[in-house]
Design a protein around this ligand. Sequence first.
Ligand code: NAP
Length: 414
Amino acid sequence: MTSQRTFVIVGASLAGAKAAETLRAEGFDGRIVLIGAEPVRPYERPPLSKEYLRGEAEAPPFVHGEAFYDEQQIELVVGHAVTRLRADEARVELDDGRTVDFDAALLTTGAEPRALPVPGADLEGVYLLRSLQDSDAIAARLQEGGRVVIVGAGWIGCEVAASARQKGLEVTVIEPQSAPLERVLGAELGGFYARLHSSHGVDLRLAEGLARFEGDGRVRAAVTSSGDEVPCDFVLVGIGVAPRTALAAEAGLAVDNGVLTDARLQTSAPTVFAAGDVANAEHPFYGTRVRVEHWANALEQGPAAARAMLGADSRYELLPFFFSDQYDSGMEYRGHMPEGYDEVVFRGDVDSGEFIAFWLKGDVVQAGMNVNVWDVGDDVEALIRSRARVDRGALADPDTPLQQLAASGGSATR
Ligand code: NAP
């Protein structure tokens, strides 16, 4: 090793691990310290609510093999939290008293699942799902069968409901909105997911809150806001996450719905960068800050931040992307709708379960989601990026190539 520089990555997550990998791939030969509070090496989360949860995977979804970190001379510190970031002194402090001085630091601290503030939420058998350990615990309950109540029909709630039905459990989902995934996808696609889950035997209690859990030490029932008692053997709460910003805030970094960064992922402290769920980053395409809580963002922003730490002058401008698999329905979503949408246009037959949905604001496509239709992602992305004014009939017509729509129609200004 010739460089004397030290780069510290706080958060042994997907974003953190990919950043470390990229630093070496780009030729950085200084010291890399990757620190994580969990007792295991970095892993990916998407399988934790899907195949890994159902016991279909041979091994945990680690980002790298065990030998990778030694081979790459990356100092992986697991099982220890960073308790303090001193941006002014360029130093982090760990929970065991160790300190590491850095030339640049990357915050990939992710997000914390929200707990449900109702009586009985601390009973045994009430689970959150965020970590590998959480997934292992819930997987063991799925193996036992029985009845599960899921609170929240967001991504975690929907994917675990599907996995639990696939394992043969009785599933009740309690969600305050009138459709699953409604806040992200709107009522039209929320309705699609409501029908998907109902048709697979999920008891959906929509527009319904959760008042309390009952049990004697161990949860036995969930009581809804309207007073229905739903007996259960265990509960999963999936009601969203909050970005872990405490270290950044205490260090005096600018924080507002995440750690604020510019398009290079640099925070308000010049030697500190942020990536993944925790980063609220300037997005050149949208001209505003965007914080994305999905796998693809961690996968891509970690490397982008690593390149910025090495001095690259590149801006992170990939469109938000995520995917989900529920039962035999797979989908990919691209785009972002900071100002909402006016209308959804469908290409294909929604009832057949194979279609593309486009969200429009005015005549311009803001987001697209392909459901059991594949190899269209690049075209959907190009259409969004074109900001072309589209004809709704042509957009709905599978015989009109999406490239043609992107190339025609005159681009709208933002
Ligand atoms: P989420 O997708 O934000 O969904 C949370 C759901 O819980 C929403 O439907 C929300 O409704 C509902 N909710 C909020 N407060 C509630 C309450 N008091 N009682 C009942 N329901 C309530 O969050 P998540 O499902 O917990 O997932 C956690 C994180 O993992 C998210 O960042 C998510 O994006 C990510 N994730 C992504 C994927 C994927 O990309 N496929 C899969 C799994 C997890 P409101 O909208 O009304 O608040």
